[in-house]
Design a protein around this ligand. Sequence first.
Ligand SMILES: [Zn+2]
Length: 124
Amino acid sequence: MSMESNELSAKDRDRLHASLLALADELRALLESFREDAQPVDLDEPIGRLSRMDAIQQQSMAMANRRSSEQRLARVEAALRRIDEDEYGDCLECGEPIALARLDAQPEAMLCVDCQGLRERQLG
Ligand SMILES: [Zn+2]
């Protein structure tokens, strides 16, 4: 068994591929349920000021959830494309392999820990 290469074994890749597919299904189902729940707040409805504020707040939370799920789904789909293109598991920034533990925790990760950290510091 060679320890020289950090590249994903076929077994790890298959496992992560399956996780990504499951994640994509899960996120699509979640987004579908958000769509069903997304009833606009009717401001003419006589529901009282507080409950109306609650409703608006709930709606904006639902929208934020939906947005982050959409963004995650987009990353999952991009990772699936990278599997097809045989580029999955390499950092988009530096090209180094992303640690397997990181991919297991977050199979849609596109950056290694170092580049992710740099990016977050730049954004923050
Ligand atoms: Zn990197």
